[in-house]
Structure formats: C-alpha cells, structure tokens
Design a protein around this ligand. Sequence first.
Ligand code: ZN
Length: 139
Amino acid sequence: MNHHPPQCRQPCETRAQCNAVVQSVQIFHNESMGWPDIGYNFLIGGDGNVYEGRGWNNMGAHAAEWNPYSIGISFLGNYNWDTLEPNMISAAQQLLNDAVNRGQLSSGYILYGHRQVSATECPGTHIWNEIRGWSHWSG
Ligand SMILES: [Zn+2]
C-alpha cells in the first residue's frame, strides 16, 4: 500500500494547518498502515517548521530495508505541483545539520530521494530537482 496518504499531499501554510495535516497523517499511518506512529522521523511544513514524527530515536517505517540506516523526512504537500518555499528548504537543511551535530547522521551521510530506494514518484519533481543540488545527494 502507498504510505503517502492523500492528507500528506496537502500543503499547509500556518502552524494550525500544518498541525492538522500532521495529525491526519498520523491517523492514516496508524489506522490504515497499522503502524504505531507516523512512519517518517520528521515532517516539514509550509510554515517552515519541522514537525516530529518518530523523532531521533525510533526507527522510521518509510523506506523498507533502509529504515535502520536512515532518517525519513517528509515535506507536506505535493511537489509535482506545489513550489518548495525557501523556508522549507532551510528547515530541511537545518534539520540535517542538526542530525550531524547530534551524531544521528555521520558527517559523510548520503542523501537519497524516496524514488531512489522505492518504486514511487516521491519526492515530487520540485523537491527532486532541489535536493539533487545538495552536497550530500548521491545519484
Ligand atoms: Zn516518499
């Protein structure tokens, strides 16, 4: 089953909207996927905030055999259409830097888009084009 619920593809602009989207993702992953929590470690909202899914110390459920070795970050919205705002980009980059500072990622970590490890068009084109320019991305 596709673990990207329709709710996940809804963009949000305010903290209240993003909170509501995150909660609906939690309900979907919980009730439809049977997972104990949101499958991603973190989610990034259009308001530029990072929302905690499983957080740092619980393995994600987003990427099959990669889960034990990865941190899953989801951008709320559908980036085949929506434009990735600068505040979302800097939130993601700060999160990744934070992960290295906390020792959660090694300084030589490798960045992959979901489509590189699973049969999915995720992340949407706009994110895909963005992250391919980041220094840790690997083709
Ligand atoms: Zn994905």
